[in-house]
Design a protein around this ligand. Sequence first.
Ligand code: FPP
Length: 251
Amino acid sequence: MASSQPPQSLPRHVAIVMDGNGRWARKRLMPRGVGHKAGVDALVKVVQATADRGIGHLTVFAFSSENWKRPEEEVSGLMSLLLVALSKHLTKLKADGVRIRIAGDLDNVSEKVRNALRDAEANTIGNSRLVLTVAFNYGGRWDIVQACKQALAEGVSASELTEEVLSRHMAMAYAPDPDLFIRTGGEVRLSNFLLWQSAYAELHFTDCLWPDFDAEELDRALAAYARRERRFGDVGESGLGEGAIGSEGGH
Ligand code: FPP
């Protein structure tokens, strides 16, 4: 039976867990920091490829709430790398029409990093070709809790608290929910990334280590996405065919 693929086969929003930098470096007998540096280079290319394909939102997990548990040297290396990456790539990203936004708890990062991230946001505020959200000191559970706290602070009562109200307080309320969630590096888990927002995201896991992820790998993920039948809990057209009655509801 033909699939009920919706006409819009290009995701509006792609989210990526960029995993595998450490293993990429280890395979080359290099320190993990070299892998993270190669990860930044991959990211810059993927941002370009995403914008070129007409996708409006790209969200990347750059530093998770849990990454503080890594050795101090690696954490400070990632912070320095972020500062270097911003100073090296911001001008070009801005010229390419990329708007940078940050999702995460910036209260608990150094003032230097916080200012650099806020400056990048302010600097690119006029752009709209691609919104690149950098999830930094981000965790999906943190996001849900902070959204609840904001709603409570606004005086929203328990009976007024709906999915819509909470969605408006999530860190990425400005973006459509991710349609495609990609994780590189071979692990098959969400790792506390965009838990609320990815409720109906199509998941794509690849063994490709993040520094090796490129436009071709992105196209592979987009092609896999385009073949999926998205039902959002409905039965979809194919579910209405013979034998559909009494079958499981769509998920
Ligand atoms: C996971 O690889 C990757 C990260 C924890 C950081 C991702 C960061 C970048 C791609 C660079 C851009 C971001 C900043 C902060 C400059 P891993 O170290 O867990 O790899 P492994 O699973 O192979 O050990």
